[in-house]
Design a protein around this ligand. Structure first.
Ligand SMILES: *Cc1c(COP(=O)(O)O)cnc(C)c1O
Length: 386
């Protein structure tokens, strides 16, 4: 066991995955083919949303969300400092200003009370949007965020990269699946290899808003449409051929390929069983660390268990001890407000004490569905011995 490295997260590719990809590789469409729409339909169904837009990665998904919601130089948007930088960067791509609010020290999620306090410090209309993150797999209470957002005229982009298949329980005791579009305007997912569903690179936006959906579809391919019902130019008779297209917005090429979509569809068929496996692993970690000084993470019902984050006093020591034993733990995340890029806008150390305190102790230990009981026991043993 000692010479095999155990990362904090990784993909599993089965023979069925490979076959599904090969089938598409042998078909007529490598991109812009029917497999994309099939993946979108199945993914939308999985999360319980009306519409889904497949994209080249999660960051592209965030960028298009910000564009579709009209983020400009004048826009001010609130997000959490404990997330991957992309959650904030999408606002900057459109020239907007990023504000952070601190996390809840127990759940590590964006603290809604801190968001409210920030919103109340400014006149209504000052902020345009909120980007909460379903951190580590716990889905934020989007019902509460929706209420708050409506009060202040804000939109919501749910960064759901950590929680496909996750849900929260709403005030009527109903399970609300992460990304189902009932509360957030838009939700985004990533299919990077460390995420639940892996397509290499890949992303998805889900929504129940038809208008936003149409806009996203346009922006995904250069802002170009071939739909005759949507043309804006007066088209002369000689131009009314099937070749005609119009570029109506400054869009991008953020498309996913069809063979990646095939991989995504194949992976999606195992999503539920993989989620169960992650849940089992989390329970086993919880039990193993129950009588130790290690602080284990809080888990709500509906947790999708993307990460298993422990908190320890000597984090560096443990991190290096694990590396020596071929266990590659990771820190999620270096707070975004402390990135040199964000510090130039005036964010600084001390701004968000809970986020910074969490960052000083957190360590993500191996959590992925193919982690075996034997490997997990080895990880636990290495940690407890330290
Ligand atoms: C992975 C991730 C992203 C970015 O996704 P990419 O597909 O790598 O671009 C954004 N936000 C969060 C929270 C993530 O975990």
């Amino acid at each position: 066991m000692n010479n095999k490295t155990i990362p904090y997260g990784k993909q599993t590719i089965t023979d069925a995955d490979i076959e599904a990809m090969v089938t598409v590789l042998k078909s007529d469409f490598l991109t812009q083919g029917p497999t994309i729409a099939e993946f979108e339909t199945k993914f939308a169904e999985y999360v319980g949303a009306k519409y889904a837009v497949a994209l080249s990665n999660g960051t592209a998904a965030l960028h298009l969300c910000a564009m579709a919601l009209n983020v400009t130089e004048n826009s001010k948007v609130i997000t959490t400092p404990i997330t991957f930088a992309a959650s904030a960067n999408c606002v900057r791509y459109c020239g907007g200003e990023v504000y952070f609010a601190d996390i809840d020290p127990d759940t590590f999620l964006l603290d809604i009370h801190k968001v409210r306090a920030l919103l109340e410090k400014h006149p209504k209309g000052y902020f345009q949007g909120i980007i909460p993150v379903d951190f580590a797999g716990n889905t934020v209470d989007l019902e509460a965020f929706r209420k708050l957002a409506d009060e202040f005229g804000c939109w919501i982009i749910e960064d759901a990269c950590h929680a496909p298949g996750g849900y929260f329980i709403d005030s009527k005791n109903i399970q609300q699946k992460c990304g189902n579009g009932n509360f957030a305007d838009l939700a985004i997912f990533s299919f990077h290899p460390v995420k639940h569903i892996a397509t290499g690179e890949g992303g998805m936006i889900t929504t129940n808003n038809k208008e936003l959906y149409d806009k996203l579809m346009l922006l995904r391919t250069h802002g170009i449409t071939k739909d005759a019902n949507k043309f804006k130019n007066k088209i002369s008779e000689v131009e009314q051929g099937g070749w005609y297209y119009e570029m109506q917005e400054l869009g991008y090429n953020y498309r996913l390929t069809d063979f990646q979509a095939a991989l995504g569809i194949s992976q999606l068929t195992r999503a539920n069983e993989n989620l169960q496996r992650r849940k089992t692993l989390a329970k086993q970690y919880d039990n193993a660390f129950a009588n130790s000084p290690i602080i284990t993470p809080i888990s709500f019902e509906g947790n999708a268990y993307h990460l298993y984050v422990i908190q320890v006093e000597n984090r560096l020591g443990l991190y290096e001890h694990l590396r020596k034993n071929n266990i590659f733990a990771q820190v999620h995340y270096v707070p975004t407000h402390l990135m040199p890029y964000y510090q130039q806008f005036g964010h600084k150390k001390g701004d968000f004490p809970h986020a910074e305190n969490y960052y000083s102790k957190c360590l993500s230990i191996p959590m992925y569905h193919s982690l075996s009981d034997e490997e997990q026991a080895y990880v636990v043993d290495c940690i407890l011995k330290f």
